[in-house]
Structures are given as C-alpha cells and as structure tokens.
Design a protein around this ligand. Structure first.
Ligand code: FRU
Length: 486
C-alpha cells in the first residue's frame, strides 16, 4: 500500500467522523437499506457470497455528494438483511486509478477474493484514460492492488469500464461496457486462463450489432449470467430516446435473454426489457449464492438526474441501494422478488380480509399506515377500471384496467409538480410494497413488474388510502419493519 493510499483512506474515515451526526439526523435517512455513511453512493460492485458471508461493495465518494473521487466502500451480511460496514476496500491512489476506482465485480479463486475494477485516470489535459485492474484479498477485507490486466483494444474510446468476470469450463471470461469510436454503446468479451493476461475476443452485443440498430452511445455495467438454460445480459445503456412508457429516465437499465457462444464470439438475443419501471434504478449487479439463487442489487438512483434537488444533500449524503432481489426467468422475462430473508424484519402484523372498496370515498384502514413498513395487497376481485393506493399526500399507485396500465406517481424533488412512470400490465392480483421513509419499492404480481423510487414529500406522513372506481375486494397485510442499517 502506498502512502497516498493510506492518506486517502484516513481522509475518508475523517469525513465519516465529521459528518456522521449530521447524516444520521436526516429525517429522510432510511432504516433497512444500504446507504453511504457520508457522501455519495452509486453502483453496487463486487457482489459475492464468499466463505459464508455476502459481500457488497459500492461506488463511493466520501468527500461530497457529487460524482468525483470514487472509492470502493464495503458492507457484509450473513442474511442479506443486516449489513455491517467494513474497512474501505479501494482508494483511488495509484497511477492507474488516481481519479477513481470505478465499478467492477468479484470472484473467488483458490480461497481468495479477487476483484476487477476500472481505474479512471485523467491525463494532464483532462483526457480520459481507462485501465481494467485487479486486486486480491486473502481475508475478504484488505485488498492488494495488482494493477492493470487488460488494455484498451483498437476501435473503442476510453469509455471502457465496469468489468464483470466469471468462469466457464476452463477459461475465465470478462465482459466490459464500452463505446466504439463511432459512438455506439456496446459490450465486449475477453478471456483468460490465469486472470493476469486477457485476450480480447470482440464485441458481443451493442448498438448496430445483432440487428439492434441505434441503441445508445455508451453501455455501462454489463453483467452476464446463466439462468434456466439461457444467458441473460444486463446492461445500462446511455442515450436511448423515450419510447412511450419505456425509457423515461435519463439512462436505462435492462436485459436481453439469449445464447452466448464464446468461440465466435457471439450473443444472439431477443429484445431489450427495462428491469425496473420506477424513477430510481441503475447499474444493477447480480451474484449467485450457495442456495443457487441469482440475486440482484441495484443502485436506487440515476446519474445526473435530480441529484442537485435531493434534499439529503444538505445532510451530506445521497442515494441508497435497492433491497436485494431474487431473479427468475418466466416465459422469457425476468421476474424479481424481494429475498425471503426480508421477512425476518417484519414486526407486528395487521391483517384485513375481504375489504370491500366502494366507489365514493378513499378508504383508510386502522393501523394500516407507517413510514417504515411492508404492505401486501391481494386483489381478490377487481371489478373497477381504476384501482388506486395513495401513500402519504403525494405518492400514488394507479392501475387502469381499461388501459392495462400501472402508474406510479410522486412529487418532483424540488418543484411541487407531480411526475409519473408507467408500465403495461394486463391485470393486477398482488402488490407487495416496501416503504423505508424516503423510498418505495413496489413488486407487482409476484415480480412481473417492479418500480423503485425515492420520495421526498413528507417523511412523517405514513397515511395510506385505497380507492376503486367500482366494487373491488382486497386482502391487506401490513407489517412494521425493524431497523437493519444505520
Ligand atoms: C455507472 C457508472 C459506471 C462507472 C461508475 C463510476 O453509474 O458511470 O460506468 O464505473 O458509475 O462511479
């Protein structure tokens, strides 16, 4: 470890010490989501189940709430629910990562935890340089940097980052998010037998590849995994135009289902699906655990969008992770459900069976409220065109049966205007909703659609009202949720 590394980490720990009271006094601070101790959190990195413990790293700027100086923060958990802070994993302190230890992934090799990340460097003229780097740990806590392991191939700009590594047969494979010199977003594949020397194999998916046509100028944070006999590619493209109810955030995160041939290399795939239909979701990463589950964590935020308006900035922190989800492939589509361990956080249950909603007044149910809660609604019988759940004064979930559309509405962070995101759904039979003070995650129909969003209207208004335009019968479960993180 060089002296600069020691100093940068010390400075980051001092920032935590200095601001932790201000941060924890924020009325928008959450109770059971992973958040930065201070500063800015973005992408999940290095998600892995290693020696009986879940490890999650994250892009972290300890010194402010802007996207500068990225470190790798680190938290661990036995149950995906209660997370403990660990020492800083990586600080931007070497010639190959001096302006940021950018996103990447983790694998276990011979009992060691090996991480791959992108060293972001600006030369003296401010031009971007990019290095795919490796770091190794024998205890899962302290990492020794090994420096760059792959070079930038011809035909790509230095927007080349976010390595995700996995093993297949007797080779290691690495995909990297990239931009061609023609400004097309793409994902490229490398292979290696020793993890130190990597051969460039070529592009496997991207704008103007595989018949996709125009599809963004940069693809970030790729992830590729095997699920139910298919290869799923997650990617976060930048530069897609809004298309009706799709692609309404500044940048998107989504997936393709397909088949990878590492020999060609080629990846034949179907259409791109957005993973989450809410306002705040980006750069997700997955990992398989010892139970064989494919787990996903996303950043509950979007780069550049709304960040200056986040009220938490005045308390020296910004952003959080989504709850961990389990993925399943159902008829060619990814379904996402909150991991079952989250049930251990449930406190007292309030239950109402066969609640009949009438058409005149929104209904409030005694004790069905709170700002740190889980809510589970079975729609037993829906005769109405419009079914609506209001959360506090400003957030709303509306299902419109005639338009086959689910809408989530919230108040814009700064202006008092309302804004909404929508998705197409034939019907609704189940809504599982997690509110954690300033966030809402909505899982519809056992994971068929998910909406993740931050809300900043009133952190103490836990009211909930139900409304239907014609007779509708629902069962309602509500749990208060215990505190799991600080
Ligand atoms: C995605 C991203 C990555 C990059 C990281 C930097 O949000 O832009 O491509 O590695 O954030 O923090």
């Amino acid at each position: 470890m060089n002296q600069r590394d020691v100093l940068r980490k010390e400075k980051a720990y001092k920032a935590i010490e200095k601001y932790e009271d201000v941060v924890s006094n924020d009325p928008f601070r959450m109770h059971y989501h992973i958040m930065p101790p201070v500063g800015l959190l973005n992408d999940p990195n290095g998600f892995i189940y290693y020696k009986g413990t879940y490890h999650l790293f994250y892009q972290w700027n300890p010194f402010g709430t802007e996207h500068t100086t990225k470190f790798w923060g680190h938290v661990t958990s036995q149950d995906l629910v209660n997370w403990q802070a660990q020492p800083i994993a990586l600080a931007p302190s070497d010639w190959f990562d001096k302006d940021g230890c950018y996103s990447g992934s983790a694998i276990e090799v011979d009992g060691k935890l090996v991480i791959f990340y992108t060293g972001n460097v600006r030369d003296e003229n401010g031009n971007r340089e990019t290095y795919q780097c490796m770091a190794v740990s024998t205890d899962g806590v302290y990492f020794e940097k090994k420096g760059p392991i792959a070079t930038l191939p011809a035909g790509y700009t230095p927007h080349f980052r976010d390595p995700k590594v996995w093993k297949y047969q007797d080779h290691w494979y690495m995909i990297v998010g990239a931009q061609t010199v023609n400004k097309e977003g793409t994902v490229v594949l490398f292979s290696s037998t020793d993890l130190e020397k990597w051969a460039f194999l070529g592009g496997i998916a991207g704008a103007n590849l595989n018949g996709l046509g125009k599809f963004g100028y940069m693809w970030e944070c790729p992830d590729l995994f095997y699920l139910d006999g298919k290869e799923v590619l997650l990617v976060s493209p930048q530069g897609l135009d809004p298309n009706g109810d799709e692609f309404n955030n500044i940048y998107q995160s989504g997936y393709f289902v397909g088949a990878l041939d590492v020999k060609q290399p080629s990846y034949t795939h179907g259409r791109f699906h957005e993973l989450d239909r809410g306002f705040d979701f980006y750069a997700p990463q997955t990992s398989e655990d010892s139970k064989g589950r494919r787990l996903l964590v996303g950043w509950m935020g979007i780069p550049e969008e709304n960040e200056a308006d986040h009220p938490t900035i005045s308390h020296n922190w910004i952003h959080a992770m989504t709850l961990p989800r389990e993925l399943e492939l159902v008829k060619g589509k990814l379904y996402q459900l909150p991991v079952e361990e989250l049930k251990t956080l449930r406190g007292k249950e309030v239950y109402y069976a066969d609640v009949l909603l009438n058409t005149t007044e929104p209904l409030e149910l005694d004790q069905v409220n709170g700002t740190v809660i889980e809510l589970l609604i079975d729609v037993v019988d829906n005769e109405s065109d419009i079914f609506c759940i209001e959360i506090g004064e400003k957030s709303k979930i509306v299902f419109d049966a005639s338009k086959e559309r689910l809408t989530f509405q919230r108040q814009q962070f700064k202006q008092s205007k309302q804004e909404e995101r929508r998705c197409h759904l034939k019907n609704i039979n189940k809504i599982q909703l997690f509110r954690d003070v300033s966030s809402i995650e909505i899982f519809v129909n056992e994971g068929e659609a998910v909406f993740s969003s931050r809300i900043f209207d009133n952190p103490t208004d836990g009211s909930i009202r139900f409304f239907a335009s014609a007779e509708t019968k629902i069962n309602v479960h509500k749990w208060s949720i215990k505190r799991a993180t600080r």
